[in-house]
Write a protein that binds this ligand. Structure first.
Ligand code: NDP
Length: 248
């Protein structure tokens, strides 16, 4: 248990795999009540049962972050079940990398919908509760690719640059409500993210790289726990972390 995390109500999008799942497990162990959102309800239901079986508190709500009403239901469910929402971790994201000249325009649209609109839907769902509570913490997962652009990352990077821009603007605007905002920008982490790259050569190159240098998803969980566990008068605005061997 951690006295600054224990009892907090934490909503996590993209909690069915990778970094969201790792954060959910870690924060539950530290005593938080976790509300899990993702489309694969079998995965989040199972995770909720596992957390409950080990004495923790969890609720799973099937959620597609591109659907504003579903994200609202996710956050409202947290408030209904646990009385408040202390933290929203806007973590759901997709990364179908490809060079622009391959014109994977449907994938561009999907990245914009999940990575940008999904985060905005989360903010819209949580802000009214946090304003009323006069406290809260919105954590948005960006990326090193939200600082740097590399071959094939153009649209993905654009979505993560956008996440950083809107997080920074949000940070300034929510001061009157005592709401904290944090951007977490990971480098290479081994998760399911690369499995959805549709271009075989791009997928292979990225699998080779992340397979060689990538951190485990626990790295993200530890960063998120650190950020949440700071005293309320301290607002960690951004953390970038990378594998030690990652150059980019
Ligand atoms: P995973 O693919 O393992 O996890 C992605 C999560 O997002 C899944 O839980 C997935 O759940 C969820 N998701 C995708 N689309 C939607 C949607 N429409 N609605 C709700 N949930 C959705 O990858 P990671 O853990 O790596 O990714 C987590 C975040 O970290 C992403 O924002 C990613 O961009 C970012 N990131 C990852 C890095 C890495 O190297 N792995 C580096 C930097 C940033 P489901 O499919 O069940 O809906």
């Amino acid at each position: 248990m951690n006295h600054t995390i224990e009892g907090k109500v934490i909503v996590i999008t993209g909690a069915s795999s990778g970094m969201g799942e790792a954060a959910a497990k870690h924060l539950a162990q530290l005593g938080a009540a976790i509300v899990l959102g993702a489309r694969r309800s079998d995965k989040i239901d199972k995770l909720a049962r596992e957390i409950q079986a080990s004495g923790g508190k969890a609720l799973a709500v099937a959620t597609d972050v591109t659907k504003r009403d579903q994200v609202k239901k996710l956050v409202d469910a947290a408030v209904e079940k646990f009385g408040r929402v202390d933290v929203l971790l806007n973590n759901a994201g997709i990364m179908p990398l490809s060079p622009m000249d391959r014109l994977k325009v449907d994938e561009w649209d999907k990245m914009i919908d999940v990575n940008i609109k999904g985060v905005l839907n989360g903010i819209a769902a949580a802000l009214p509760h946090m304003k009323e509570q006069k406290s809260g913490h919105i954590i948005n997962t960006a990326s090193v690719a939200g600082h740097k652009i590399f071959g094939g990352s153009v649209v993905y990077s654009a979505t993560k640059f956008a996440v950083r821009a809107l997080s920074e603007g949000l940070r300034m605007e929510v001061k009157p409500y005592n709401i904290r905002t944090t951007i977490v920008s990971p480098g290479a982490v081994k998760t399911e993210l690369l499995e959805h790259i549709s271009e075989a050569d791009v997928q292979q190159a990225n699998q080779d790289y992340v397979g060689a240098v990538g951190l485990s998803a626990d790295s993200f969980a530890r960063v998120v726990a650190f950020v949440i566990s700071q005293p309320e008068d301290m607002d960690i605005n951004e953390i970038i972390f990378r594998p030690t061997s990652q150059e980019l």
